[in-house]
Design a protein around this ligand. Structure first.
Ligand SMILES: NC(=O)c1ccc[n+]([C@@H]2O[C@H](COP(=O)([O-])OP(=O)(O)OC[C@H]3O[C@@H](n4cnc5c(N)ncnc54)[C@H](O)[C@@H]3O)[C@@H](O)[C@H]2O)c1
Length: 320
């Protein structure tokens, strides 16, 4: 078994943090970060980074062969809000990158894949509360359509070719280290930035829009726990539902006001409202709990103080 790990889409919101955790876990010389765009600033000594286009099959194959890669984390994708503006481009990126990596596993070049799905696989006809792992799934966004098709491709490659591919349906992820990449839940990060910088935020969703969310630390822990789970516990492919928090912009703003009393929120819903309206409010993650003992740890109070405390430092400390 080859030991090295390749992260594709490593410069994004999840990749920035996941790559660091993988380096700490496996060693800096064991993890190769790649992205179509280099990370902001200079690449620190000892960190391996290659520019790589995830839709260029020959280049991805060459990178896997050059570095003797065993495991791929494929994070390159176009997210929900951006994808609605360029549906064909989103489909091409989200599907082709996945099929390229699945084929490398089918051909025996890599042993294991992590590919994230999303709560966007659900649509208006899915149950809205406590949405189960398996239910009616009729997504109405190109992002959701691509994620659902991706799940089916993963399942197909596992059943037909024995590919070890693992997946999680992430909810909206909230983090302070890297900016989000164009999703419908991005407001839950922007709100903290604006609360600290200007004391007010103009929200693009209505006050009572409840969506499933999660602190990045919980999402990263889930990812690594699933990747380290015994294959016998996860041998039937599922893109696992995982639940963290469910809250509305109003709930979040009240929590922020607990720490920044003068904070004000205004509501000016835009095209992202209809995307949010098509998604679940809360998620049933009992199958993840059963199969690999998943349990979220970070509640809304912890998330709020973590975001405020860390952003206070990073937003107002000049780069040297
Ligand atoms: N962040 C969330 O809240 C969330 C929620 C659900 C699912 N996901 C999924 O997790 C994955 C990562 O999401 P993220 O939030 O880090 O996204 P992001 O947009 O922040 O990062 C994606 C990265 O992919 C890179 N990229 C784009 N096109 C590329 C290409 N052709 N080749 C190589 N790299 C390319 C971008 O430069 C970017 O750095 C995606 O599959 C996304 O759908 C994220």
């Amino acid at each position: 078994m080859k030991s090295k790990t390749l992260v594709i889409g490593a410069s994004g919101q999840i990749g920035t943090e996941l790559t660091h955790q993988l380096r700490v876990l496996y060693g800096f010389d064991q993890v190769i970060a790649t992205d179509i765009q280099p990370p902001v600033g200079e690449i620190p000594e000892g960190e391996l980074f290659d520019v790589l286009d995830a839709t260029d099959g020959d280049a991805v194959r060459a990178c896997v062969e050059k570095h003797q890669i065993g495991t791929v984390y494929l994070l390159a994708a176009m997210l929900s809000a951006t994808a609605e503006k360029a549906p064909r481009k989103a489909w091409d990126l989200n599907m082709n990158s996945l099929l390229i990596v699945l084929d490398l596993a089918k051909d025996g070049l890599i042993d294991k894949i992590f590919w994230p799905s999303s709560i966007a696989v659900f649509g208006p006809t899915s149950p809205k509360q406590n949405t189960p792992q398996a239910c009616v799934m009729e997504p109405t966004t190109v992002y959701g359509i691509s994620k659902l098709a991706g799940e089916n491709w993963c399942s197909y490659y596992q059943n037909k070719y024995g590919v070890d591919v693992r997946s999680i349906r992430y909810p909206g992820l909230i983090s302070w280290k890297a900016l989000p990449g164009g999703g419908t839940t991005d407001y839950a990060i922007a709100i903290f930035h604006e609360a600290l910088k200007t004391g007010s935020y103009n929200c693009f969703l209505t006050e009572n829009t409840v969506l499933p969310m999660m602190h990045m630390d919980d999402a990263l822990r889930a990812t690594l726990e699933l990747m380290h789970a015994d294959l016998s516990d996860v041998n039937q492919f599922k893109a696992y539902n995982i639940a963290g928090l469910s809250f509305s912009p109003k709930d979040l703003s009240k929590n922020i006001q607990g720490q920044i009393p003068n904070f004000k929120i205004l509501y000016q819903p835009d095209f992202r409202q209809s995307i949010a309206d098509s998604w679940p409010s809360s998620i049933d993650d009992s199958e993840a709990a059963q199969d690999w003992k998943w349990k979220a740890q970070i509640d809304l109070d912890h998330l709020t103080s973590d975001m405020i405390n860390n952003l206070k430092t990073t937003l107002f400390t000049p780069n040297d």
